[in-house]
Design a protein around this ligand. Structure first.
Ligand SMILES: [Fe+2]
Length: 283
């Protein structure tokens, strides 16, 4: 395990699409956030404790996820440790934040960026809160993704889902990983093809979930899944789709898990993903 990663917090994502201006304004309206053009085909959508870079690319893609690790000296230590472990690192300049950064490439070809930025203290905001909290991808190579994120980068495994109907070497159908005491800041689902899956905004509680859902109603954005409560992570949630069909989650009450707690196993069934009813099964 790489102890230098802990604690790390999801800071921002780049979300690509063929029509980035349209998608940037979708997220701006969805969240009530400021939309700013920061490059020829690049937009920043920023609100309290959340940041999205929207760029031009394939629909529904997330070319990188950026985690903050609070200080430049920790970034230098992480870089040295990754290089000792044979993980190639590269300098990275985020178009959205002015901070020292490094990037690594995961087995699916997505960049993981680490930025030396202090974690923002939450500021009081009018209306429901929604802090960018986790990113999830689906993959055709779950074992190698787990090996990379857990054993090379130092994420800590919180829970795994086991599909007893699959051959033992292919039985793992999802894994949830944490980089601070929140149950997962990153997760990976087994799927026929690798792709970005969703990201989540952690809210202040059940009434914030209600208020966000009321906002979806005003915007005529139908809830796509939920409200429900995940078994894994124990968080209340609902999801909507953005214009590419990429999912966006609003969550509350995500479980807190001390660093030393060992991972647990869940069966591959709908209840694992939704204690209240039906689930989105990626495989
Ligand atoms: Fe999620």
């Amino acid at each position: 395990m790489n102890p230098l990663l802990w604690p790390a917090t999801l800071h921002h994502l780049r979300r690509d699409t063929p029509e980035p201006e349209r998608l940037a304004h979708f997220y701006g309206e969805l969240l009530g956030d400021a939309v700013e053009r920061i490059g020829p085909a690049l937009w920043r959508v920023q609100g309290p404790s959340r940041l999205l870079v929207v760029g031009e690319g394939e629909p529904g893609t997330v070319p990188y996820a950026a985690f903050s690790i609070t200080a430049a000296d920790r970034l230098a230590g992480l870089r040295a440790q990754l290089e000792r472990e044979g993980v190639a690192t590269s300098a990275f300049v985020s178009p959205a934040v002015d901070a020292e950064s490094l990037a690594v490439t995961d087995p699916d070809g997505r960049s993981l960026v680490f930025v030396a930025l202090p974690v923002e203290a939450p500021r009081p905001v009018p209306g429901p809160t929604g802090r960018l909290q986790h990113f999830v991808c689906a993959t055709a190579g779950l074992a190698s993704m787990l090996e990379f994120y857990r054993d090379r980068l130092g994420f800590v495994e919180s829970d795994r889902v086991i599909d007893a109907a699959s051959p033992p070497e292919e039985a793992m159908s999802a894994v949830f990983l944490r980089s601070d005491e929140e149950h997962h800041s990153f997760a990976v689902f087994r799927a026929p093809q690798s792709r970005a899956d969703h990201h989540s905004y952690e809210t202040g509680g059940w009434t914030d979930i209600r208020d966000w859902a009321d906002r979806m109603g005003e915007l005529r954005i139908p809830l796509w899944w939920g409200p429900g409560r995940h078994g894994v992570g124990n968080n209340l949630f609902f999801m909507i789709e953005d214009p590419d069909g990429y999912k966006v989650e609003f969550s509350a009450e995500i479980e807190r898990v001390p660093r030393e707690t060992a991972w647990r196993s869940w069966p591959h069934e709908q209840r694992t993903l939704n204690l209240w009813g039906s689930a989105w099964m990626r495989s």
